[in-house]
Write a protein that binds this ligand. Structure first.
Ligand code: CDP
Ligand code: CDP
Length: 211
């Protein structure tokens, strides 16, 4: 079973994907981390503009690096949004993601192009959205809880810029697959989103909900 979760920054994809993976006994891949990792490597080499160097980093990505806490920074996120527009980088990361998805017992992948490009045959596809203001609020709360200083207006501006770049790039832009179910989470908390997602997935895969 493969579940594809796509959506814009801070829509709650990662939180939902983790919970779904646990619920269904599947593995989970936060594909944003792959782009963040490539970006961070390039930033350290002062080569963020170099698509070929990015592809090279992508081909040699060490899975252990994906748990580095530096990947969570806003700088890594903004850098990821730059390197993710390089077709060479996307191509270099594509096979790795497909291999991960294909391994038994299956997986939940979250990102921007899982339902459209990486796993077009996924058993269930969710497109998770929320208003930019709500997403900025969530990201601000998250940073605050980590003790970081927060400028919510700057976060909102970053989210809008990232949405624009992600939706307008030529290769694998952020958009819902034709057969994805859109879940607007603007007024829902994480528990409500999880419950709605399970109902949708069980319906799509013909599962009977566990009581
Ligand atoms: O957590 P957040 O949604 O802010 O970001 P992320 O999912 O870690 O992704 C960071 C950036 O990587 C995004 O802005 C996208 O440009 C890019 N990305 C992508 O292009 N394709 C994916 N499957 C996942 C991430
Ligand atoms: O992966 P993505 O960037 O889409 O978002 P996330 O990191 O899963 O979620 C961003 C923040 O929103 C986290 O702090 C969540 O606890 C919170 N949140 C959520 O995930 N879902 C809601 N419906 C409401 C808040």
């Amino acid at each position: 079973m493969i579940v594809a979760i796509d959506g814009p920054a801070a829509s709650g994809k990662g939180t939902l994907a983790r919970r779904l993976a646990r619920h269904y006994g599947l593995r989970h891949l936060d594909t944003g981390l792959l782009y963040r990792a490539v970006a961070l490597k390039l930033i350290h080499r002062d080569m963020l503009e170099d698509a070929e160097a990015g592809a090279e980093e992508a081909r040699h990505l060490d899975p252990a690096f994906l748990s580095d806490s530096a990947l969570r920074s806003e700088a890594a996120g903004a850098g990821a949004s730059v390197v993710s527009s390089y077709p060479q980088v996307r191509q270099a990361l594509l096979e790795m993601q497909r291999r991960f998805a294909a391994e038994a017992p299956g997986a939940v992948l979250d990102g921007r192009d899982i339902g459209t490009v990486i796993c077009p045959d996924a058993d269930a596809k969710l497109f998770v959205i929320a208003s930019p203001e709500e997403r900025a609020r969530r990201r601000a709360l998250e940073l605050e809880s980590r003790g970081e200083e927060v400028d919510e207006a700057a976060i909102l501006a970053d989210i809008r810029a990232r949405d624009h770049r992600d939706m307008n790039r030529a290769t694998a832009p952020l958009k819902a697959a034709d057969d994805a179910v859109t879940l607007d989470t603007t007024t829902l908390d994480a528990d409500a989103v999880f419950a709605a997602a399970i109902a949708i997935i069980d319906g799509l895969t013909g599962r009977t909900p566990a009581s």
